[in-house]
Design a protein around this ligand. Structure first.
Ligand SMILES: *[C@@H]1O[C@H](CO)[C@@H](O)[C@H](O)[C@H]1NC(C)=O
Ligand SMILES: *[C@@H]1O[C@H](CO)[C@@H](O)[C@H](O)[C@H]1NC(C)=O
Length: 342
């Protein structure tokens, strides 16, 4: 029954105000080969990422010495007190002749930002529940860049092949219906909507862990959406963070460019052509108690009075050059994926 409520609640473009589901756009901050969470200090890191949020994003962001709201001078997210960083791998198309081009991202429905991602902070469907905002220094990872097994993709990470850019008909909540855990293997007339959802329970003590995952957990039974309780090891209910990325694959829909044997032409930037290596990284950086105010104020959508909002143009203007400069394959076809021998 609760799931029935979830379907309209998550229907992206058409949010009612009372659903306690913050949804806001963030423009592309940078596309760079650095990863302060998994490969701190490595310049360049092993694979390319696309990043949104505060412009203090850097190869090394040690929690003790790097406070994103203090060090950033702008954010590419529309809520201007949010200097967090959110990042994922990039998607590339491999043409029949063996060269690669980056699949562009586009804004999501109803938002005025450019490229980047749509970020959700979901308070959940128990109106009285206490939801605790992340503390400074908090970071987490979901998914596994090395995974190539469909059955090991966590619930809440998925791909939707859209038949048109209006996402119409809208297929319900993310990772339901015909959504799949890997790359669609057909030409999609409306590109892909990719969803990356993080666990919603925290151990209440550690802001990070060696695998960047052990300090967070899924509900003990059921799902976050169905109101499942947190396990005793991770008793603190945190906002459920979710990313939506719209990859505009339309310029790659010509089957004559696809491999002749019918195999998959799309690759994550770490060289994965299954899609199952889908992963997302999060580094908390809200200013002061802004995120807690948003949770307590039951904020929804991308306008909420406890929070400050900048213009879409100001978010678009917040960009950062590459720390590890290289051709990312937007204007010309690359003979190999950045950093890889393939
Ligand atoms: C980013 O890292 C460089 C070294 O790679 C350092 O010089 C710079 O101060 C850092 N910037 C921030 C904002 O932390
Ligand atoms: C490779 O294929 C792409 C897509 O068809 C084409 O645009 C590009 O010119 C080709 N490159 C070479 C070197 O043939």
């Amino acid at each position: 029954m609760l799931l029935k409520h979830l379907v309209p609640a998550l229907a992206g473009a058409h949010l009612a105000t009372a659903q306690e589901l913050m949804r806001f756009g963030c423009s592309q901050l940078t596309i760079d080969r650095i990863d302060p969470l998994v490969e701190p200090g490595n310049l360049p890191s092993s694979h390319m990422h696309q990043v949104i949020g505060g412009n203090s994003f850097n190869a090394s962001m040690t929690p003790e010495s790097h406070d994103p709201p203090t060090v950033s001078t702008c954010t590419s997210c529309t809520y201007s007190e949010d200097f967090s960083n959110y990042w994922t791998a990039n998607v590339y198309f491999k043409a029949r002749n063996g060269t690669f081009k980056r699949v562009p991202q586009v804004r999501n429905l109803g938002l005025g930002v450019e490229a980047g991602m749509t970020v959700y902070y979901i308070r959940g469907y128990q109106p009285t529940a206490q939801v605790t905002a992340f503390p400074p220094g908090f970071r987490m990872l979901v998914g596994d860049s090395m995974n190539r097994d469909a059955s090991k993709v966590p619930h809440g990470l998925c791909f939707r092949c859209e038949s048109n850019m209006d996402q119409n008909p809208f297929g319900g909540a993310p990772c339901t219906g015909s959504d799949i855990p890997g790359f669609p293997n057909q030409a999609c007339g409306g590109g892909w909507r990719v969803t990356v959802t993080f666990p919603s329970c925290w151990d209440g003590k550690n802001t990070d862990s060696p695998d960047h995952k052990s300090h967070i957990a899924y509900p003990a039974s059921g799902t976050f959406e169905s109101g499942g309780a947190c396990p005793s090891t991770h008793p603190v209910k945190i906002p459920q963070v979710m990313y939506e990325i719209i990859f505009d694959t339309r310029q790659f829909n010509n089957k004559a460019d696809w491999p002749a044997d019918g195999s998959q032409p799309f690759y994550w930037s770490m060289g994965d052509n299954t899609g199952y290596g889908i992963h997302g990284d999060y580094l908390f950086g809200w200013k002061g108690d802004a995120l807690q105010r948003a949770m307590d104020g039951k904020c929804s959508g991308d306008r909420c009075s406890p929070l400050q909002r900048q213009t879409d143009q100001a978010a678009i203007n917040c960009v950062k050059g590459q720390s590890a400069p290289e051709n990312i394959g937007d204007d010309q076809w690359l003979t190999s994926l950045p950093g890889l021998q393939m």
